[in-house]
Ligand binder design. Structure first.
Ligand SMILES: Nc1nc2c(ncn2[C@@H]2O[C@H](COP(=O)(O)OP(=O)(O)OP(=O)(O)O)[C@@H](O)[C@H]2O)c(=O)[nH]1
Ligand SMILES: [Mg+2]
Length: 301
């Protein structure tokens, strides 16, 4: 029986906004990775680990792949997703069922290059009406690449996710668990606190501000039952600082409260968030700043 156990890494990849993080959270049944309606929400590869009676599925949520070029951070995000693909046993390409876009081809070609078996998850089927109009899309998708399976799902609505897990497990290598039983993610407290705060900022702010935001958790301290976290919110321009803080500090207060309330429920503990907003001009183009903020691995070359 035990020799039939399966375990492996599944890189969840796709262009920005297709629902990768929503899927990882739904399968792990815990908020591991932040989700917003804005593209390029995820900026790191984040593990979400799912246990079934017969398998340990290690999902790797990745930053949305996009055409190369542009800012340093965009290259760093693509590299992070690329490294996750290279280390995976299986690639799960995620597309939006409302239509195949050029960006989907970018992601597909990265998976193809890695020569890993590929599954296709056609997400957001709840938005397709009537349902029969999905059929030509599924047919065309099957002609684009040699997918081992194509599974229509709704990550947000929880539709067909059991089937997707079944298909994933069937394509994983046999072997023992790779993480201790019960592990849900590789990310620690400070990371998760910074990310939920970033999610609330992304949701509250408009236009160009969100993309220039980064959160750094400088320090954490246990004070009895309370966890104190000291956070810096980095923005790219002085004018953005005021937009984050809001008139009389009200904006930031609301954002901080929303983050704290959600984190207290995820982590089941009381939290105090200290937040300051600082300017770091053009950090998205600076390798040193990207390293400081954890967006870029140190490289030897
Ligand atoms: N209607 C519908 N919306 C969905 C579904 N799955 C995800 N979404 C929404 O799509 C948006 C993007 O979801 P994310 O999970 O952040 O997408 P992502 O692929 O991780 O995006 P990046 O991290 O930017 O690459 C959010 O508003 C989600 O609520 C779905 O099955 N149906
Ligand atoms: Mg994401």
């Amino acid at each position: 029986m035990n020799s039939e156990f399966r375990a492996g890494f599944v890189a969840v990849v796709g262009r920005p906004n297709t629902g990768k993080s929503t899927l990882v959270n739904a399968l792990v049944a815990e908020k591991i990775s932040i989700v917003t309606p804005k593209p390029q929400t995820t900026r790191h590869s984040i593990l979400g680990i799912v246990e079934t009676p017969a398998a340990q599925v290690i999902l790797v949520d990745t930053p949305g792949l996009h055409a190369a070029g542009g800012r340093q951070i965009n290259r760093a995000l693509n590299r992070s997703a690329g490294a996750s693909i290279a280390g995976a046993d299986l690639g799960l390409l995620m597309v939006d069922s409302r239509g195949w876009k050029d960006g989907d081809d970018v992601a597909l070609s990265r998976l193809r290059d890695a020569r890993v078996p590929m599954l296709l998850a056609v997400n957001k089927v709840d938005l397709v009406h009537p349902k029969e109009s999905l059929l030509p899309f599924l047919q065309q998708s099957s002609e684009r690449a040699d997918f081992a399976e194509i599974v229509p799902i709704s990550a947000r609505g929880g539709h067909n996710l059991d089937r997707l897990v079944e298909v994933i497990v069937a394509h994983l290598p046999t072997g023992p668990r790779l993480f201790p039983e019960g592990t849900r993610t590789d990310r620690g407290l400070a990371f998760r606190i910074g990310e939920v705060l970033r999610e609330k900022l992304l949701m509250a702010l408009r236009e160009e501000v969100p993309y220039g935001l980064a959160v750094e958790v400088l320090r954490m301290e246990e004070r009895g039952p309370l966890l104190l976290a000291d956070c810096i919110i980095w923005v790219e321009r002085k004018s953005h600082q005021g937009m984050v803080i809001g008139a009389g500090g009200e904006g930031l207060k609301r954002i901080g409260t929303a983050a704290r309330e959600e984190l207290e429920s995820i982590l089941s503990r009381r939290l105090h968030l200290e937040t300051r907003v600082k300017v770091k001009a053009n950090w998205r183009d600076s390798e040193a700043a990207l390293r400081q903020l954890g967006y870029e691995e140190s490289r030897d070359e």
